[in-house]
Design a protein around this ligand. Structure first.
Ligand SMILES: [Zn+2]
Length: 112
């Protein structure tokens, strides 16, 4: 009985470790995928007309890993390759994963 348990234990631990490894790999893949989505990188910013909607849009974006809502940590203006962008640093309220969202303000087309 005892021997059987001892023999079983390492296998189940290994199974758990492998599962955790799989989950971490999945989380990494999801993050890489999220970077390819609009707003995930300075090359693919989310386009907005006015800066006032940025934080609302950032908050409305679900976490790429768990679909939880995001908390805004920092919002700052950045110039990347001569383009003026807004960088919003967010953290998932559910899983705690930090993420950066990128926005570009194009101005109101109707005013021109
Ligand atoms: Zn999350």
């Amino acid at each position: 009985m005892l021997i059987a348990e001892m023999a079983k234990a390492p296998r189940s631990r290994t199974g758990k470790r492998a599962q955790e490894r799989q989950l971490r790999k999945l989380a990494r893949l999801k993050q890489e995928l999220a970077a390819l989505e609009p707003g995930g990188s300075p090359d693919r910013p989310l386009v907005v007309e006015v800066s006032s909607v940025i934080e609302g849009r950032a908050r409305a974006t679900p976490c790429p890993l768990c679909a939880g809502s995001l908390r805004i940590e920092q919002h700052r203006a950045e110039v990347v390759d001569g383009k003026s962008l807004r960088q919003v640093e967010v953290t998932c309220l559910q899983c705690g994963i930090p993420r950066t969202l990128w926005f570009r303000i194009v101005g109101n087309a109707r005013s021109s």
